[in-house]
Write a protein that binds this ligand. Structure first.
Ligand code: GDD
Ligand code: MN
Length: 375
């Protein structure tokens, strides 16, 4: 049976937390069949006594847990909670959720349902049909949320996902959460860390699903979200874009050297009398070897393949993958040359590489050859 841990960070939530525990443990968890549901409250020694309330509840219910610590920001609280859920509670998945009922506990069952159907990452989305942000919010509050979210979607090239900043999500541990270096997420003392966590999770998850949530208004106390939080969120999005683009840029540079090698060797082989198909085939293969080597020691340095066994295994994988590129070029190269003439072979090569081989290679390299290894 799967074990899912709902992680709720709290700071001065005494007026919400006992009702939240009650609703989750007595109403919502029992509705969820075939999954062992737990609640982990990560409290930062709230002066209003939130921790004491949770402590009492944890003595009564064995699936309620309290983790207390010094206040070091929302991200730090989640990192502590996620590590505890993974290593101590042996969770198969974790859920991020707020204590203040802006996240209606009834949606926990929806997140778990999507997970049971095979999703690795489930996003409680406010911006898909059925989801919403509070009607009561002032227009500028709505605008901040809407534009921040849109900005992240566009910058991170995630058009198919509609809510990049939601705080209500489920993450599978195996293959997703356990591969993320939680201690080095950006802006861990702020809410903005969520965007880094989100982006990495989306990249690792094989299947990401959005389920609609209606984001409620806060009943008690005031929100801890501020202008500083907003600026930090934009900063994280930009840094993530840069980091992702750095790889793409290096990949393009390596690709360009491969292109030059390909072109020069093509003409060399042709001049020594090789038939057209063989000239394309050989020059392409050698360019691929060049690209593999430099991508391994430079572009994907962080996931560098080393050790004899690993290299051998990856080399076989790489050759299978490359067969696709080889095939694409050996077919479309001669075809293009026949179309525009041998004189313009550089145009044909450029076209085939840029529009067919490069996208294919980048996908295969980042998803198959240099995919994330378990940390
Ligand atoms: N342990 C701990 N430490 N908990 C904290 C801290 C902290 O420093 N700061 C906030 N929390 C807890 C709150 O007690 C609450 O349970 C939850 O984190 C969210 O805090 P709110 O103050 O209610 O945040 P919000 O409603 O403005 O922010 C919402 O929108 C953000 C952006 O869309 C939340 O849904 C966030 O999760 C979301 O990132
Ligand atoms: Mn809130």
């Amino acid at each position: 049976m799967s074990k899912i841990v709902v992680i709720i960070p709290t700071y001065n939530e005494a007026s919400n937390i006992s009702r939240m525990i009650d609703v989750l443990v007595n109403e919502e968890f029992p509705r969820i069949k075939n999954v062992e549901m737990h609640l982990l409250v990560v409290d930062d020694n709230s002066p209003d006594g939130t921790g004491d309330i949770v402590k009492k509840a944890s003595l009564k219910h064995k699936n309620v847990h309290l983790l207390s610590g010094q206040k070091a920001g929302l991200g730090m609280a989640y990192v502590r909670g996620m590590k505890h859920a993974m290593h101590e509670l042996k969770a198969d998945a974790t859920i991020e959720m707020d204590a203040d009922f802006q996240h209606n506990p009834k949606y926990v069952a929806d997140l778990v349902h999507a997970y049971s159907e095979g999703a690795d990452y489930v996003i409680g989305s406010r911006y898909i049909p059925g989801g919403s942000i509070p009607k009561e919010w002032a227009w500028h509050r709505k605008a901040v949320s809407y534009w921040g979210n849109l900005f992240a979607r566009v910058m991170l090239f995630l058009p198919s996902l509609h809510d990049t900043t939601t705080g209500f999500r489920l993450t599978r541990v195996k293959g997703v959460l356990d591969k993320i270096d939680l201690d080095h997420l950006m802006e861990l003392h702020r809410f903005a860390f969520k965007v880094d966590l989100f982006y990495q999770s989306v990249k690792l998850a094989k299947k990401t699903v959005e389920v609609p949530i209606e984001f409620g208004t806060r009943k008690e106390e005031t929100s801890k979200f501020s202008l500083k939080e907003m600026v930090a969120t934009y900063k994280v999005v930009l840094l993530l874009r840069l980091r992702a683009s750095e790889k793409l840029l290096k990949f393009a540079v390596v690709g360009f050297t491969g292109f030059l090698i390909n072109l020069v060797l093509l003409r060399v082989f042709r001049s020594i009398g090789f038939v057209e198909v063989l000239a394309w085939f050989l020059s392409t293969e050698l360019a691929i070897v060049n690209n593999f080597t430099f991508n391994n020691i430079w572009t994907f340095r962080d996931k560098k393949i080393s050790g004899l066994g690993e290299i051998a295994k990856k080399f076989i994988e790489f050759n299978i993958t490359s067969a696709g590129a080889l095939l694409i070029q050996s077919v479309f190269g001669p075809l293009g040359v026949r179309l525009v003439g041998e004189k313009y072979d550089f145009l044909v090569l450029g076209f085939v590489v840029a529009f067919l081989v490069l996208p294919y290679n980048y996908f295969m390299y980042s998803r198959v050859i240099w995919r994330n290894k378990k940390k």
